[in-house]
Design a protein around this ligand. Sequence first.
Ligand code: IPE
Ligand code: IPE
Ligand code: MG
Length: 255
Amino acid sequence: MTSDLEFYDRLKDLKIPNSVAIILDGNGRWAQKRNLPRELGHKAGCDTLEEIIDYASKIGIKYLTVYAFSTENWKRSKEEIDALFRLFKLYVPIIIDNAHKNNSRCYIIGDLSRFSKEMQDTCKMLMEETKSGTNMVFTMALNYGGRDEIIRAINKLFIAKITEHNNKEWTKKELDNLDITEDSFKNYLDTNIIPDPDLLIRTSGEMRLSNFMPWQLAYTEFYMPETLWPDFHKEELVKAIESYNKRDRRFGGRK
Ligand code: IPE
Ligand code: IPE
Ligand code: MG
């Protein structure tokens, strides 16, 4: 058995990114390579996720956000979608247990209104049971699409402004002072408790966002290894952090 802080030497002089996002991709191909049903690829992906959540909280990542089911994933077969949600329910007690052990908080982003009442209750329970965790916030994006999130945010903002204004007619001065800024708009996004990611990892060699956090990733560093998600073990996360440490983040400025 190797210790949890294996690779510590490689990390000890490195800057640990505060907020990390991962597009968990490649479960299907991992299963296909082994002539297994896709569901077993997702199962292996869940085991890897458990390992990575645990390791991330131990090495000092403060926010870990993973893309687990997109608004576009409803295009998959009913069989695969059912299998994914079966696995989610199976893993919830494990995720809660681990969150308690690591003093972490679990959070969910995405449009949950499309899910069954039972699924929505499970999501609420997961957040409620872990809400006092302070070490790391682990967020799962479920029925999440970046464009959908922005449109939902605009709707919320619109309703807030109308309510605030009490349905009166707007004067020109009021319209000039609407005060919709990047900072105020961010509060209406699902991710309002999560700082913009410093590092985005997408496994399986795909070089696209597939509708994941287009607003939040504007200045994020990308790391996209060929590794399929179920094979993304601790050392892969260390490699991602090593790569992150070689980046020169200029945010548009010059030194
Ligand atoms: C990622 O693995 C998991 C989900 C999208 C739910 P995939 O199922 O996309 O795996 P590939 O891309 O087919 O290999
Ligand atoms: C992105 O992966 C969504 C998740 C990982 C949840 P997909 O496998 O669905 O993305 P595409 O279809 O390859 O763009
Ligand atoms: Mg995929």
